[in-house]
Each structure stands twice: as structure tokens, then as C-alpha cells.
Design a protein around this ligand. Structure first.
Ligand SMILES: *Cc1c(COP(=O)(O)O)cnc(C)c1O
Length: 522
């Protein structure tokens, strides 16, 4: 890299040399500076003619100085973005056991379908009569989701799980308003194993959050819910299977108690991957549940693309669904955009939702069929239990007496007294070429390690992963703390202060100093 004076620079040259390479590259892992650091104002990848003389019509507000944007030649631009892309660990590069995230393979068939011009090239403001196929697909997906969950209505527009939670809780609030009870019922019950988005959603809409403790066995008891229920309770937000990877066995009794107390049952459906074709949340008494298409139905997420969080609603909440929704009029699907005079909660975002995600999810559903989807859930649960069985003698399962659903939770009890923490262990996994599992969540067990392999890992892939973890565990037992203390050793960046980075982000760059010439011999 050259700086503005034409001298080579690399932001971490000194650090790189300390680690043993002049460039700070590590074999084929190339250190990549910011585009501002390598770009020059006088370079461009395009060759445009000088414009003909013209009179600006911006009333004197036209720019007179350079924009200061960095310029790169085409090969430099190509390398910059390819190198950045290579820093991204993805489900396409390896096993991604992040619990509560369902990082499953995204079949390429879905991608092909999403790129069909009739889906990819349409515009949300096009007249509806020109996009009947797209509307048909949204309706088909909506029907499958309601069928799989045993529910009566659906909101397709939410853009993520957390957005779905917001939508669902707004439907509950609208229902309470219709009953004239929204002022009286201002409390939402949330078990202490809940995902952070649950209490955040409830608080954002103005509900007060009341915590429900979990039992020793990791699940919520009907008694604990009954004890927390009162005339001021609007709803409970419960995850099933829960974030400990356990099925809430008392869910039907909990739903009955919640309904008897005049409240609603919101289910966080992020873990639907464990139960498709096995249990329908509607049958379990759920009033409202978001579905993470980007988890359960294999659409890319994380760094890979946007999500989609449709919300299914029971009969009790169906009337409050947001617009737009699809209705058949004279045989053709129509998007109902306005619901004046209805009890709809209104609109929660522009347009109809994430079309690309809808196509991918529907392609996955159609290619699996109902039997294939049930099989996927069974395999996801099998893979998690296989992982659990193969690691339970060296690590400590949080709930040793129960088989798990699609993810398995370990505590750090097995690390006690070794000087190695959950974080150290997770970082050492990076050296072995694995993305770590979810750590320190859920909060109800100490030093949590939550592993979700998903159904798309083969036996061979799981065996290698398990053996890598066993090797690390034996290292811990042999007291080889140096393998963990400063891990990862082979990653270009090691222990970042993520809290500091989030709280005090560095949003300005300062030009790096040029590196010194290599010292000549002699
Ligand atoms: C992923 C997840 C969410 C939030 O979903 P997003 O799509 O990330 O907003 C909520 N609850 C649970 C249990 C989750 O795993």
C-alpha cells in the first residue's frame, strides 16, 4: 500500500513485525487497511470524458472543492473488496454452531429462485395487476406458515424477529385497547431465560416487565406463572423450545392460566426449527408468535442478508393484524393497503416485507415438502443430542437429566479451577477454524455455552467438530492454559474490546504514519 507521499504504509506494520512478518500479513490472510488509507484523490477506476462546458443550475450551491472520496484503480478496488469478503466467516465456509441463531445451510436453489426477474426486478410501487405472481407467492408462504403453526392470521411485513415481536405486542396492545383495558393492563411477564429482545420489546411499547424465574430444571412452571399473574398483566412472552434448548412441557397449562387471567400469550418462535411438523404453537395456546424466516427457513442472515420476521396470530388477535395483507378478490390476490374502519393496528413498515426472503423461504418449504420439513426438525434435534452425548463426559451439560431440542447448553462447571474461562475456550475454537458457540447466554446458567449444530451438518462434519472440542477439553485438563490465555493465536485480530468498540466507536480515521524502510544489512 502507498500513502499520499507514495510511501508504503500498512496500519499495523509495527504490530505485524512484532508478530513476525514484515507486512503484518499472515500467509494468505492479507492485512487490509481502510479504503481511506489506501485510496488517493487522483486515482479512479473509470475513464470519463471531460464534461462539455455547462452552466450549473444549483443557484450557487454547487461544490467547488474536491469531495475527498478515496480513489482506487480497478484492480485495487477488486482486491480491497475480495480481501474484505475473505474476512467474513460464513455458513458457506464452515460449521457455525452459534446457539439461538439456527445457522443452517442456505440452499443455492433458493438463491436462483430469488433471482428470477419476476421476483428480483419488481418494484413495490408497481401496479398490483402487474405482479400477481409475487402476490401469489406471498399468499402461498403465508398459508404454509399458518398451517405449520396452526394459527388464523399472519402479518408478513416485519423485517426481523425483534420487529415481529414489536408487531405482535402492538397487536396485543390493540386488542387490549379494544377491550378498554390497555391502561389497566401494563405488565408483561418475561421468564429470566428470555432473549434480550423480549423485555426490550415490551419496554419499548411502554409495558412494565415482570420477571418469572425458571425452575432448577431450566423450564418455567405453571405455579411461577400463576404467582406472577394479576389483573395488571397484559401478556406473557415465552420462548418454546426455550433458550436452554428445552421444550416447555407445561406450555398448555401456562397458556390456560394466562388466558384465564385475561392476558395474551406471546411465543418467541425463534426456535421453531426444533418443532416443525411436530407441534403447532396454535394448538399449544399461543396467541401470537414471530417466525424468523432467516433461521428456520434457511434464508441468509447475519452478515449474509436481511431477515424477515412474519407474525402469526390466533383467532383472538386476528382482527388486529397490521396492513398490508393479502385477500383474494375475484380469484386474484390483492394486497389490502388500507384498513380504515377495521381494528387493524395499522402499518408497521413501508410496503409488504422482504420479498427476497419470502422467495427463499418458500423455495425451501416447497423443496422439502411437509415430510422433509419434519425430517429437518428431527435431524436438527438429533444433531444437537449427538453433540450433547459426545461431549457430556468432558464438558458439563446444564441439564444432564434431559435430552435437548435443537441446541445443547453446557455450563462452565467443568472449567472450575482450571484457570480457563468460557471466553478463553470459545476463542481457542477460532484457532481450530470454528466460529464459537453462543457464550454467556442464556444468563440463568453459569458461563453458558450454547451449541446449535442444525440439521445441515453431516455426521462427518459433526465428528470433526466434536473431536476438536474434545481435544481442547483434554488440553484444559492437562493444564495447558497457554493454549487458551491469549487465544486466538492464528486470527488476524485477537481479543477485541467489543464493549469499548460499541460504546465509543472510532468513526474518524487519522492517516497512518509511513512505515520505515527495511533496515539494510551491515
Ligand atoms: C434471534 C432471536 C430473536 C431476534 O430475532 P432477530 O431476527 O435477530 O431480530 C429473538 N428471540 C430469540 C430467542 C432469538 O434466538
Amino acid at each position: 500500500m502507498l500513502n499520499k507521499e507514495g510511501r508504503p504504509t500498512t496500519p499495523n506494520a509495527a504490530a505485524g513485525r512484532a508478530r513476525g512478518t514484515f507486512t503484518s500479513n499472515r500467509a494468505l490472510q492479507i492485512e487490509e487497511p481502510l479504503i481511506f488509507e489506501i485510496g488517493r484523490a487522483d486515482v479512479t477506476g473509470v475513464d470519463m470524458d471531460e464534461p462539455e462546458p455547462f452552466t450549473p443550475r444549483l443557484g450557487g450551491r454547487e461544490r467547488t472543492s474536491a469531495t475527498g472520496l478515496p480513489g482506487l484503480s480497478e484492480p485495487e478496488a477488486m482486491r480491497h473488496y475480495v480481501r474484505l469478503s475473505q474476512k467474513n466467516y460464513a455458513i458457506d465456509s464452515g460449521l457455525y454452531p452459534l446457539g439461538s441463531c439456527t445457522m443452517k445451510h442456505n440452499p443455492r436453489l433458493n438463491e436462483q429462485m430469488a433471482r428470477l426477474p419476476g421476483f428480483a426486478d419488481i418494484h413495490p410501487l408497481q401496479p398490483q395487476s402487474t405482479v400477481p405472481g409475487a402476490l401469489d407467492l406471498i399468499e402461498g408462504l403465508a398459508n404454509w406458515l399458518m398451517t405449520l403453526t396452526g394459527t388464523h392470521a399472519i402479518a408478513m411485513s416485519p423485517k426481523a424477529g425483534a420487529h415481529g415481536e414489536l408487531c405482535g405486542m402492538m397487536a396485543i396492545r390493540a386488542a387490549l385497547e379494544a377491550r378498554g383495558e390497555s391502561a389497566a393492563r401494563n405488565v408483561v411477564l418475561v421468564p429470566d431465560s428470555a432473549h434480550g429482545t423480549n423485555p426490550a420489546t415490551a419496554a419499548m411499547i411502554g409495558f412494565e416487565v415482570r420477571s418469572v424465574p425458571a425452575r432448577e430444571d431450566g423450564t418455567v412452571s405453571t405455579e411461577a406463572v400463576k404467582a406472577a399473574l394479576a389483573p395488571d398483566v397484559a401478556a406473557i412472552m415465552l420462548t418454546n423450545p426455550n433458550t436452554c434448548g428445552l421444550f416447555e412441557r407445561d406450555i398448555v397449562a401456562i397458556a390456560e392460566a394466562v388466558h384465564a387471567a385475561g392476558a395474551y400469550f406471546y411465543c418467541d418462535g425463534a426456535n421453531l426449527n426444533a418443532i416443525i411438523g411436530k407441534a403447532r404453537p396454535g394448538d399449544l395456546g399461543v396467541d401470537c408468535m414471530h417466525i424468523n424466516l432467516h433461521k428456520t427457513f434457511s434464508t441468509p442472515h447475519g452478515g449474509g442478508g436481511p431477515g424477515a420476521g412474519p407474525v402469526v396470530l390466533s383467532e383472538r388477535l386476528a382482527a388486529f393484524a397490521p396492513v398490508p395483507f393479502i385477500r383474494r378478490e375475484g380469484g386474484a390476490p390483492a394486497l389490502v393497503e388500507h384498513a380504515a374502519g377495521s381494528r387493524s393496528l395499522g402499518r408497521i413498515c413501508a410496503f409488504h416485507g422482504q420479498m427476497g426472503m419470502f422467495v427463499r423461504a418458500f423455495a425451501w418449504m416447497l423443496s422439502h415438502g411437509s415430510d422433509g420439513m419434519r425430517q429437518a426438525s428431527e435431524d436438527a434435534v438429533l444433531n444437537a443430542n449427538y453433540t450433547r452425548a459426545c461431549l457430556s463426559d468432558v464438558m458439563s451439560p446444564a441439564f444432564p437429566d434431559r435430552t435437548c431440542m435443537h441446541e445443547v447448553l453446557f455450563t462452565d462447571a467443568w472449567l472450575k479451577g482450571t484457570g480457563v474461562t468460557t471466553l478463553d475456550f470459545a476463542k481457542a475454537m477460532i484457532d481450530e477454524g470454528y466460529h464459537p458457540m453462543t457464550v454467556y447466554f442464556p444468563l440463568i446458567v453459569h458461563g453458558a455455552m450454547l451449541i446449535e449444530p442444525t440439521e445441515s451438518e453431516s455426521r462427518a462434519s459433526l465428528d470433526l467438530f466434536i473431536m476438536a472440542l474434545r481435544d481442547l477439553a483434554f488440553s484444559v485438563r492437562r493444564g495447558e492454559t497457554e493454549r487458551f490465555a491469549a487465544a486466538p493465536f492464528f486470527a488476524p485480530r485477537a481479543r477485541l474490546d467489543e464493549t469499548l468498540a460499541a460504546r465509543s466507536p472510532v468513526l474518524r480515521w487519522t492517516p497512518p504514519a509511513p512505515i520505515e524502510e527495511p533496515a539494510p544489512v551491515g
